[in-house]
Design a protein around this ligand. Structure first.
Ligand SMILES: [Zn+2]
Length: 263
């Protein structure tokens, strides 16, 4: 079978956890994958295979809450809780990969080669309204001294405006969360007389507002609801939907980060 077409910045490949998607510019920064529906994320064994794909025996995950809370993982220190409630994981620990799960929500991966800081963020409409992408960048800056101009970001598969019709109340929820109306108007295009949400555009704007150069933000362009052969969609499959994961591991970095450094 033929796989969905990708922009030149992304490619399909086989890894220990089956078919995965990788982002070429992010390859140069940190090992990472977006998994596909070929891997059911339902067992410890499956997560071990995900870890192997990025060179790690451990994968830290979250109890995702559709918000903007960030959890920090530091080199040489264990995570405070096993699956803390949050939607962003930021790490400079090369021994533990960080992952988010999604089915339509966007998995976002970020990396900075200089400090070896990485982040995985889960951003559906609530997380996007809560500013999860921006919170990820700000935590990378404040906790690990990342310069946002050095960040490389990969936007994984998620539901796109072609398939994401939303209620008229959603733009107001974004306004109530503090987003500017002129941006909200661009994030909620109208098509065929219905309102759509463009999660990719909204998250791209949040990343650029936080200082990430637009040219360093790479979008795989895949709509989950239109590629059920390789992806999985809650809108299309409801309770039967599986999850894909966005996973990234620090490559170590070339400079020592500020702050606590136990080894
Ligand atoms: Zn679509």
């Amino acid at each position: 079978m033929s796989l969905p077409e990708l922009p030149p910045s992304f490619y399909w490949t086989e890894a220990s956890c089956g078919l995965v998607l990788r982002c070429r510019p992010l390859d140069a920064v940190a090992p990472h994958v977006f998994t596909t529906r070929r891997l059911a994320l339902a067992s410890d064994a499956a997560w071990r295979r995900v870890g192997e794909a990025v060179g790690s025996a451990h994968v830290a995950t979250l109890t995702q809450a559709h918000g903007g809370r960030v959890v920090i993982l530091r080199r040489g220190l264990p995570m405070a809780a096993s699956r803390p409630e949050a939607d962003v994981l930021v790490s400079n620990n090369p021994e533990v990969a960080v992952a988010v799960r999604a089915a339509d929500c966007l998995p976002l991966l970020l990396g900075d080669a200089r400090t070896g800081t990485v982040a995985a963020a889960h951003a559906g409409w609530r997380g996007t309204a809560a500013g999860a992408a921006r919170a990820a960048v700000e935590a990378m800056m404040s906790e690990f001294g990342v310069a946002p101009g050095h960040l490389v970001a990969a936007i994984g598969p998620g539901i796109r405006p072609c398939c994401y019709e939303v209620g008229r109340e959603l733009p107001d929820a974004f306004a109530a969360a503090g987003h500017a109306r002129h941006l909200i108007d661009r994030w909620f295009p109208s098509r065929e007389s219905s309102l759509r949400l463009d999660l990719q555009q909204a998250n791209r704007h949040q990343l650029t507002a936080a200082g990430v150069p637009d040219a360093q933000i790479h979008d795989c362009g895949l709509c989950t609801a239109m590629h059920l052969d390789v992806l999985t969609s809650y809108r299309a499959e409801r309770e039967g939907a599986g999850r894909i994961a966005g996973v990234i591991r620090s490559a170590g970095g070339s400079v020592r980060p500020p702050g606590p450094s136990p080894r």
